[in-house]
Each structure stands twice: as structure tokens, then as C-alpha cells.
Design a binder for this molecule. Structure first.
Ligand code: F0G
Length: 351
């Protein structure tokens, strides 16, 4: 039997006797020790938190399960969100699981193919708008204010509550908090959630240190780094193509309280990290997730010494969500050969 985030962490979540303990198996994701990349960059204790192993393939499920359970508790039969793809896939899955009507507002042409396929398969009502994620978020807030629909974007505090459980798991797995955490930043809910989780376990003595949080935005979508909203955010990492993050202030607090940074990595750096983690570790994450590794590589290049530190990179989503990027950037090695041993052997000696 599965025990999801609500059951496992109910003492730390807004759960009462009226909260349905729903689950489709979210949480309890692997913390995998680096096999090659860490040694290559002189960082012996590098770990990856594989959030792509959640039921819909991203970390969103941790927060969504809490937001949906609370929506049901409050009597809603309808939920809605704006999304660059993963939040919508997750909302649609939990909506389907619980028999709710799910409405998704997504920016047209800005959602990776796999994520849209999920939302369609789960039977959500999808409105593609001719605008950015930030436009979609404004519209969905108005929609939920006007109608009896629960908003399940991360401005819903129950989402942050659920997402903080990833920090709990890291502490439970390592026996303490890591020295530093690297994490992609888009709408800035997740960095906020991790910081909350790390602080809560520290406060009750489950960890002896607080980690330094290092958040990474994409260079063309880096409002927090620039200190101003970006009207037309651009990056290959569509999940974090966000110009005006909803949790901006709390992300800045997480950065400052943890003595960390929120900085930017270019698309080239993101794609290079995306390939490295696949080729050296056997881990296929989505481009936005690779921003965490790109950030670590950049810091090491700039002289940071992590040789004796315990580092966790959060890999927020599964690479299968965005197959087009992989197919576009990896040089074609898909030769076609006659279906006989001889020609296949010849092909192998060439490569
Ligand atoms: N990584 C992935 C794979 C994401 O989908 C997101 C956000 C982030 C990182 C950034 O997390 O927003 O909490 O700072 N995706 C949202 C969505 C915006 O709609 O799916 P954040």
C-alpha cells in the first residue's frame, strides 16, 4: 500500500480529521548519489533529488495533493490553475483522481508536448491563451475570485506546505540537512517551500544545520536577478519561462536568510548541464531542472570550493515531458542499417 505525502507528514501539514488523505503515490522520491559528475567537478558528495519520479513526473504533485485535499475539505468540486505545464498536469491528475472539474489556463505555444498530453489524457478543460504564463496567472485568479473554483497555483499556501516535504525527505535520507541546495526558480514557490521545510525540521532538532539555498533562473527569464519583471521572458526551459513570479518576495527572503544566491544561467549552460546529467549519470531531467546543475557548474567554474560539502541538486521534472528539446540538441546518431548482424557490427565500429 502506498502512503503519500499527506499520510506520511500529516503532523507537519494542515491536516485535520476532515481532510481526505488522498494519494496517487507522490513523494518519497530517490536521493541519488552522483556517480561521475561530482568527481569530475571535485564535489565528492553530490546528490540529485529526483522529483521526476513523482506520479505525474514533477515535484508539483507534493503540493497539489495537499491543495486538492483541502479543496475537497472546503467543499469545492472544481479547481483551476495557470501553468507552464507541470502544475496543470498535476492538477489534472489529482482532479481526475478525486472526481473534480479541472480548468487549466496555459500560454499557447509555451507548454512542452508531454505535459499537454498529460492534461488532455486526464480529461481537464484546457484554455490556451494568447499570452504569457504571467497573463494566464492573472486570468485564473480573476476566474477563481468570480466563481466557486479553488485556485491551486502556488499562491495557494497549501501548495507550499506540500512541497516543503521534499526538504524533510532530504534531511531524513542524509541524516541532516545538506550544506547547500541548488534549485531552479520560476514562479518561485519551490525555493520558498524548501526553505520552509528546512527551517521547520531545524527548529524541532531534526537537523543541525540550515543549508545555503542557490536558486537559478534562466538568463532570458530572470526577473528576481534583474530586480524587475520581464515582459517577454525567453528561454528553452519552458517550465521557468516566467517574468513576474508570484512568490518573488518569499524567494528573496529564502535567499537572504540562507545566505544564498538567486542568479541566472544561460540557455547554453542549461542545455549543457541537461546533457551532462543524462550522459554521465543516466538521469534524464527536463531542461528547467538542469538549471540547478548549471548553477552548480557555474559556481565551481567561478572558484567555489564544494570538495568537502554535501550538495543536493533538485531535479524538478522528468525529461520525457519535453522530448522535443532532446531530439533537437543531441546530434542525430540514429543511423539506419539492414536488419542483419554484419551491417550492425560495421555501424558499431564506426561510432
Ligand atoms: N522546474 C520545473 C520542472 C517546473 O515545472 C517549475 C515550475 C520549476 C522548476 C520552477 O518552480 O515555479 O516553484 O519556482 N513550473 C510551474 C508550472 C510554473 O506551471 O508548472 P517554481
Amino acid at each position: 500500500m502506498i502512503s503519500g505525502v499527506l499520510e506520511r507528514y500529516k503532523d507537519f501539514l494542515p491536516v485535520n480529521s476532515n481532510t481526505p488523505l488522498i494519494s496517487i503515490g507522490e513523494g518519497d522520491t530517490p536521493l541519488v548519489k552522483s556517480s561521475h559528475l561530482g568527481n569530475k567537478i571535485g564535489c565528492r558528495s553530490l546528490f540529485f533529488k529526483l522529483e521526476g519520479c513523482n506520479p505525474t513526473g514533477s515535484f508539483k504533485d507534493r503540493g497539489m495533493v495537499v491543495a486538492v485535499a483541502k479543496a475537497i475539505e472546503k467543499g469545492f468540486d472544481s479547481i483551476a490553475c495557470a501553468s507552464t505545464g507541470n502544475t496543470s498536469a498535476s492538477a489534472a491528475a489529482y482532479g481526475a483522481h478525486c472526481g473534480l472539474r479541472t480548468t487549466l489556463i496555459v500560454p499557447k505555444g509555451n507548454v512542452a508536448r508531454g505535459k499537454l498530453a498529460q492534461a488532455v489524457a486526464y480529461g481537464a478543460h484546457i484554455a490556451m491563451v494568447d499570452g504569457s504564463f504571467d497573463d494566464a496567472l492573472e486570468i485564473v485568479q480573476e476566474l477563481c475570485d468570480k466563481h466557486s473554483i479553488e485556485l491551486v497555483n502556488s499562491i495557494n499556501p497549501n501548495r507550499i506546505e506540500g512541497q516543503k516535504t521534499a526538504a524533510f525527505e532530504i534531511i531524513d535520507d542524509l541524516g541532516d540537512a545538506p550544506d547547500a541546495l541548488f534549485i531552479p526558480v520560476g514562479n518561485a514557490g519551490n525555493i520558498t517551500a524548501y526553505w520552509k521545510g528546512f527551517k521547520e525540521f531545524f527548529d524541532i532538532g531534526r537537523s543541525s544545520i540550515l543549508p545555503v539555498l542557490n536558486g537559478y533562473q534562466a538568463l532570458g527569464a530572470a526577473p528576481i536577478v534583474n530586480g524587475a519583471p520581464v515582459a517577454d521572458p525567453k528561454t528553452v526551459a519552458s517550465a521557468i519561462r516566467i517574468g513576474n513570479p508570484a512568490s518573488w518576495q518569499s524567494a528573496v527572503r529564502a535567499r537572504d536568510e540562507s545566505n544564498g544566491v538567486i542568479a541566472a544561467v544561460s540557455d547554453e549552460e542549461i542545455l549543457s548541464a541537461y546533457r551532462l546529467v543524462a550522459e554521465y549519470e543516466g538521469i534524464f531531467c527536463e531542461p528547467a531542472s538542469a538549471a540547478s546543475i548549471a548553477g552548480l557548474l557555474k559556481q565551481v567554474e567561478d572558484g567555489a570550493d564544494y570538495s568537502e560539502k554535501i550538495i543536493v541538486c533538485v531535479l524538478t521534472g522528468n525529461g520525457l515531458k519535453d522530448p522535443d528539446v532532446a531530439n533537437e540538441i543531441v546530434p542525430a546518431s540514429l543511423g539506419e542499417y539492414k536488419a542483419e548482424l554484419g551491417s550492425v557490427e560495421q555501424a558499431l565500429t564506426k561510432s
